[in-house]
Design a protein around this ligand. Structure first.
Ligand SMILES: Cc1cc2nc3c(=O)[nH]c(=O)nc-3n(C[C@H](O)[C@H](O)[C@H](O)COP(=O)(O)OP(=O)(O)OC[C@H]3O[C@@H](n4cnc5c(N)ncnc54)[C@H](O)[C@@H]3O)c2cc1C
Length: 485
């Protein structure tokens, strides 16, 4: 069939760009249409959670991002209550402090290697889908319209997604109830020459305070991220500009010596609106990232959730386009990622409640703070925020403690699946006919003696069993990597 591209992605945010990298790696003809004529350089998110770090490392993309990072923080937080990430079973038990813009820049640079274009200044304004393809209209700034025909369209076009709206997918949830603001500010050096507050990364103090919250994070080159909220932000119109006076007032509320504002680079308001698309896929159109879910930025999860959506979706789209996907593979995208998104919405709502200056909420907060000093409670909540406890359902596979979990530290740079088993085992021989799509990585973490693990291209175990169970493994290879080649 004649199409311009196999996959058109609307939106060059972190979700769209990672998806494009995954598709490019798999040799899929893809393009990204981005409304903005050039990168804004602005960053809402500032962190990669451990699971996102694992995902990037799986393809060999983490090391260059670490080179561009500001810091590694061996902790996360739940409503400002510290979570010790050392307890995680991850090779990356820390948050990577890195502005979103640097992640996007790196991913876009990768795309050049795969010949996947980012079409800047092209806004997707409409589309229609038929049995074979989607035809989208892309409008340039001067009003010129181009059509692009693609086998699939992915809406990675953010919280106010045009794709979602045109699709008519219900987006149930609720509007924001709290109003806050962020500003990237240039500050005069602290008077005492110490560098002053906000010169090292610390977890935010989100203890409820009727005057509001305000905290600083250093972004390098004298720029700081100021996040704040109080009665003024609460009552402000969501789309009204953040004033310098508001920023000065928030700076005065930051702990430590007073810092002088030199310049506001950019500022924006945000809320705790919480909504999730009812369906992540309708025919040939899929939603990912903020287009599929919005929530308060509590705990630093939104970018991470979106990038992990992309990682789940990319290989499934590629396999479908190459005719290597069993029926229903693409449907597992919604089945697996919708519950993960719902869980993040739930935990962010809980976090917001725990930061409200409500005496009853404070009692719950104190109770939780106490509970989190227990190693088991810390581990559990840390794994939830870090994204390392995600376990996808694997219908039809025999139960096993590792089934559906991710293999920490696995490297799958070619984007193929993997069999982890002894080279001399029956399992290795069984998987031989799938050698063009299932690797046997050397140096990868191996299964327990006598066992074999079949791992999908996204690092999740889709079959685990005895390494002489050829029938079970054969069925799983067929299930995930299509019938006998
Ligand atoms: C104040 C704040 C702080 C945050 N902090 C964190 C944090 O610390 N950690 C974290 O993980 N997350 C954080 N987030 C959330 C995170 O920034 C988002 O979840 C993330 O940007 C989502 O990425 P995305 O690619 O899905 O969407 P976006 O980043 O919104 O990208 C969508 C892209 O689509 C483009 N676009 C829109 N419409 C169209 C169209 N019709 N056609 C073509 N292009 C279009 C847009 O220009 C944009 O480039 C924060 C959010 C806020 C508001």
């Amino acid at each position: 069939m004649d199409t311009d591209v196999e996959v058109l992605i609307a939106g060059a945010g972190p979700t769209g760009l990672l998806l494009a990298c995954e598709l490019g790696l798999a040799g899929v003809r893809a393009a990204v249409a981005e409304r903005l004529p050039r990168r804004s350089g602005q960053s809402k998110a500032l962190n990669l959670q451990p699971r996102t770090a694992e995902v990037l490392d799986c393809r060999g993309w983490l090391a260059p991002l670490l080179d561009r990072s500001l810091t590694l923080l061996p902790a996360g937080h739940f409503a400002g209550l510290p979570l010790d990430y050392a307890a995680l079973d991850s090779p990356f038990p820390h948050q990577v402090g890195i502005p979103q813009a640097r992640v996007e820049e790196f991913l876009e640079d990768q795309l050049a290697r795969y010949d996947v274009p980012v079409l800047r200044g092209r806004e997707l304004t409409s589309f229609r889908q038929d049995a074979e393809a989607v035809t989208a209209t892309l409008r340039t700034r001067d009003g010129t319209e181009h059509t692009c025909r693609a086998r699939y369209l992915v809406g990675a076009d953010g919280g106010r997604s045009t794709v979602r709206r045109l699709l008519g997918t219900p987006f149930p949830g609720r509007d924001g109830r709290i109003g806050m603001a962020v500003a990237d500010v240039e500050l005069a050096p602290a008077g005492d020459g110490s560098g002053g507050p906000g010169e090292t990364w610390q977890l935010p103090d989100l203890a409820p305070d009727p005057a509001g919250v305000a905290f600083l994070l250093p972004l390098g080159d004298g720029v700081h991220r100021l996040t704040f909220g109080g009665p003024e932000q609460q009552n402000a119109d969501r789309d009204s500009p953040v004033t310098d006076d508001e920023v000065r007032g928030a700076l005065a509320r930051c702990p430590g010596p007073r810092r002088e504002l030199r310049r506001v680079r950019w500022a924006s308001r945000f809320t705790d609106a919480s909504r999730q698309a009812e369906r992540y896929a309708e025919g040939r159109v899929l939603l990912a990232g903020d287009a599929a879910h919005i929530h308060a930025p509590a705990g630093g999860q939104g970018l991470n959730l979106g990038m992990q959506d992309a990682f789940n979706l990319g290989w499934k789209l590629a396999a479908t386009l190459r005719g290597r996907a069993p029926d229903g593979l693409l449907a597992t995208y919604h089945a697996e990622r919708h519950p993960v998104g719902a869980r993040v919405l739930a935990n962010t709502r809980a976090q917001v409640v725990l930061t409200l200056p409500d005496p009853d909420a404070m009692v719950v907060r104190d109770l939780l703070a106490d509970l989190l000093t227990e190693p088991q409670a810390n581990r559990r909540v840390a794994a939830m925020i870090a994204g390392t406890d995600i376990r996808y359902p694997m219908p039809g596979a025999p139960d096993h403690p590792l089934l559906g979990t991710r293999v920490p530290g696995i490297r799958l740079p070619a984007g193929r699946g993997a069999l982890l088993a002894d080279a001399a085992s029956k399992a290795a021989a069984t998987a031989e006919p799938w050698a063009d799509r299932v690797d046997r990585p050397g140096g990868a973490p191996v299964a327990d003696e006598g066992e074999a693990l079949l791992v999908r291209p996204d690092g999740h175990v889709c079959w685990a069993g005895r390494d002489d169970d050829s029938q079970g493994l054969h069925a799983a290879l067929t299930r995930w990597f299509t019938g006998s080649p």
